[in-house]
Design a protein around this ligand. Sequence first.
Ligand SMILES: O=P(O)(O)OC[C@H]1O[C@H](O)[C@H](O)[C@@H](O)[C@@H]1O
Length: 535
Amino acid sequence: MWDDLKRRGAAAEGREILSLFEEGDRAASFSATFGGMLFDYSKTNIDDGTMAALLRLAEEAGVADRRAAMMSGEKINETEGRAVLHTALRNLDGGPVRVDGRDVMPEVRATLDRMEDFARALRSGGFAGQGGPITDVVNIGIGGSDLGPVMAVQALGPYCDGPRCHFVSNVDGAHVHDVLERLDPTTTLVIVASKTFTTIETMTNAETARAWMADRVRDPGAQFAALSSNRDATAAWGIDESRVFGFEDWVGGRYSVWGPIGLSLMLAVGPEDFRAFLRGGQAMDRHFREAAFAGNLPVLLALVGIWHNQVLGYPTRAVLPYEQRLLRLPAYLQQLEMESNGKSVAMDGTPLETPAGPVVWGEPGTNGQHAFYQLIHQGTQVVPCEFLVGAEGHEPALAHQHRLLVANCLAQSEALLRGRPLGQARVLMAEKGLEGDELERQARHRVFPGNRPSTTLAYPKLTPEVLGMIVALYEHRVFVEGVILGINSYDQWGVELGKELALALDPVLQGQKDTAGKDGSTAALVAYMRDHGLG
Ligand SMILES: O=P(O)(O)OC[C@H]1O[C@H](O)[C@H](O)[C@@H](O)[C@@H]1O
């Protein structure tokens, strides 16, 4: 299968994507729609034969069986012995979902109800701070306990009518300092968000916030809430059970925004809009489960990803939302995709047959256009681009700006496709009055190779429901790519070593231990820090 795809990849090297548009209605054949969204992958070098081969790859890899296994609560996260059931968190009106024979849905619904009661009380002033109604919420968490809510709260700015939400993640004291400095502790709720409730960054920042609160508030604990699957630890930390929202180990950190980790989002937008976000996710789940692969958005997105990274060897992919409020989507997807699929061994521990996990990066358009698009258009590396764009903005009075935004997005994928050949560049230079060698030299700098692939995910408007669909779409894309590559997308052992070494370095930096056993570079860096003011 891979050999066949590699052959097709080699054949595609010398082919113009633009030439593929000469046959039939390519834009219609190489696109799919769902829930008002259009996923257009026609501007890639995938032809009918390649598409058929990619679909066969997904079939033969057992995506359908694995999908059923995931959604029915089997322990597909084999290295941690856990089920993978973030879909249960948005299974609003679905049937039972069993883990070890027990239906988890009653508890999921009960927790969602408790979150909603709390959100309503807080948003209406029924739950207040010791200085009055809650004006500000600080979510302290990192990784999956930060990126989902921070991304979604920004994305849904027009729907935010609750307290202002702030996010503290970095262990760098500057982060917590700069956030708390602007707030009044007597009207602030601090949410400690940590699945394990042991993450050093989060627990350190939480202690700092508690001390800040204790300075001005009689009962600081009363203005703390916890989101965790480690109830013993939340109790030991002193957070009252009524403000602890728990979840089970079958919710992976980077898949957790749909449940208690999404509390800050719910507080910001309100329970109804949070439910709309869940509904969007659930709709995508249904589509993923039911649609034939050839029209299945997550499957198609995954197959395009596999084609670009594993078959053609493009090492990165850029996520380029033409939607300022999706500012943090690239960071969110970096964790989702790179922590899930950045692995070197297959489920059985043997080395992978194919390389896995492209580097994911990006920035909102049009900002990126004035920065790194130079490399995307004229650099020596091919960067497959994934554009996202909405037909309608949230500012009717600024519809002309939105049109300009859309024009830029569409123009970029067109420019990547068409490029500008040398002949055209020469004409341009001749028009400027250049001649001879100088014309030739200047023209060469103005050539765009074109034939560079991109996809566009177009949606009507970035509502809570549409955001839910987009996030779930990318989650399932990761799943499909993971199954095809044969890896476990749901563990993250690669983050552990650095944590262990950081803990071991603390006493060394304090001077309680020497640098014996450290490599020369690390020892020299320790010495530098100690000589230059490390506290
Ligand atoms: O939610 P927590 O247990 O605090 O974990 C926070 C984050 O840290 C871990 O090291 C993992 O890399 C992430 O997947 C996780 O989301």
